[in-house]
Design a protein around this ligand. Structure first.
Ligand SMILES: [Zn+2]
Length: 479
């Protein structure tokens, strides 16, 4: 018996079924889409670098005597002499080998794919599957029995692509993985231990990832940011840093795609990319605080420990206490260019992806996310705190925009409101809403009652000019 996925076919017998997870087709399809774009992007960057170098050389000194600025000629001579090698892939926890085989068969321009596993049965199954998939698979995919950590440590900067897809936490592999990726290469990493990352066992998350999760509606995005923070903290030990290109929560796991570069000076600004999260236990308002701060007197831009705290002892909305989570990665978690390019690529070749509907929906969402607004509030959750009816998403979005801020959704939650507006503005908009849609009187000590006991400041802005009606009129929404 065999199972087909993409262009690969693997045996689905008893010995193999342990290593094959059908539910992960979304994960594998997305990884192939990212990898296809990475191969193109890497070539484009290489060509740009060559052109840049060529542009520095006077035209008369060019081997072909042509000025690229005026002729736009491909510099074949220079290109030949420094041609880019096909990217080498390490599938560090290969199991059945399905993923490695699919990379080899489906990603044009891909080089050798090393399929590692620490389990002899897995490697035997992997070998059979590679052989079964014919000459191309056999010529590209090399199965290898080894402990991934040792293999990655002993092959520093050797692989352009390193893929970590463990059952559970990748934490134990990160230190060696960040060292194994070539400069400008990509590390693709999944984590399925969502209970830990999303705040179920905060102390386990701290021991594995060095960060405290907070149980908010944003917990799946926070999980992504905890994993990214952990990857960065491993990378900077080795004078390297990460640049996330795509980070997603889907199904029951998270998956991040980060590029890795080496630069001692960039590593110094790493504290600016980490933040602690203060979350109110009463109303779930959250506030971020950077670990580092820019010292304006220092021309080298080396950050100092930040002044703190950024929140008062008690929440200024509801009087609740704050818990402190993190540190999390608070820089962007996606590269918008990558997201839109990958999206248009898969739209043009939708037939190649079994999971097309799923991955195109996720990438659409990802490409629309506000890059500089970590975490989000949920419309349901803020209305539950106030015990009021929900305004529509459209109304809330336009109120935020009208108050002068940006807003988007999040791929991690259909009810997410991701915005750069401070919590005080979000609550103020809701106070305006409740003025129009009054709630039953509640005991005074509830967070919602305390929030509503304050008069809204933004009433004029939010109501009259934005929702198309004033306080005395019936609500009517113009589209
Ligand atoms: Zn509060």
């Amino acid at each position: 018996d065999t199972v087909r996925e993409g262009r690969a076919e693997i045996f689905a017998d008893k010995s193999n079924s342990v290593f094959f997870n059908k539910a992960q087709v979304n994960n594998r399809d997305l990884s192939i889409a990212v990898l296809r774009w990475f191969v193109l992007k890497r070539q484009e960057e290489h060509d740009a670098q060559l052109k840049g170098r060529r542009a520095d050389i006077p035209p008369e000194q060019h081997a072909d005597g042509l000025d690229p600025a005026t002729t736009g000629s491909e510099d074949t001579a220079l290109r030949k002499e420094s041609s880019l090698k096909a990217p080498k892939v390490l599938e560090a926890l290969a199991a059945s080998g399905l993923r490695a085989i699919r990379y080899a068969l489906e990603v044009d321009g891909i080089g050798e794919v090393i399929a590692l596993d620490n389990n002899e049965v897995a490697i035997e199954s992997c070998k059979r599957n590679i052989y079964h998939n014919g000459i191309l698979a056999s010529s590209k995919v090399v199965p290898h029995l080894a402990d991934a950590r040792i293999y990655m440590l002993t092959h520093p900067k050797e692989f352009d692509v390193v893929d970590l897809d463990p059952y559970g936490s990748p934490a134990a592999f990160l230190d060696s993985a960040v060292q194994c990726v070539a400069d400008g290469g990509i590390l693709m990493c999944s984590a399925t231990d969502m209970a830990v990352l999303a705040g179920g066992n905060a102390e386990v998350c701290f021991s594995k990832y060095g960060s405290y999760p907070v149980r908010g509606k944003y917990r799946h995005e926070m999980a992504l940011r905890i994993l990214l923070a952990c990857m960065e903290s491993h990378a900077i030990r080795h004078k390297r840093y990460i640049v996330p290109v795509i980070s997603v929560h889907m199904d029951f796991y998270i998956r991040v795609f980060v590029r890795i570069f080496t630069s001692a000076s960039t590593v110094k600004s790493s504290p600016l990319k980490f933040s602690h999260v203060y979350q109110c236990v009463g109303c779930n308002s959250f506030h971020l605080q950077n670990v580092g701060r820019i010292n304006s007197k220092d021309k080298r831009n080396i950050p100092l420990p930040n002044f703190c705290p950024t929140v008062p002892q008690e929440c200024s909305e509801c009087g609740g206490k704050f818990v402190m989570g993190g540190p999390i990665w608070s820089d962007p978690i996606h590269d918008r260019d990558w997201a839109t390019s990958i999206l248009s690529n898969i739209r043009a070749t939708s037939g190649l992806y079994e999971a097309y509907a799923k991955i195109s929906a996720i990438l659409t969402s990802v490409s629309e996310e506000l890059p500089n607004a970590p975490l989000f509030v949920s419309l349901h959750s803020i209305c539950a705190t106030l015990k009021c009816t929900n305004p529509t998403m459209v109304m809330f979005h336009s109120a935020i925009r009208n108050a002068g801020y940006q807003i988007s959704g999040s791929h991690a939650d259909p009810l997410a409101l991701k915005t750069d507006a401070p919590m005080s503005v979000i609550w103020d908009i809701m106070r305006c809403w409740v003025k129009l849609h009054p709630v039953k009187s509640q005991p005074e000590n509830l967070p919602g009652s305390r929030i509503l006991s304050q008069e809204p400041q933004l009433q004029g802005i939010v109501l009259s000019s934005n929702w198309g009606f004033s306080c005395t009129e019936e609500p009517k929404i113009s589209t």
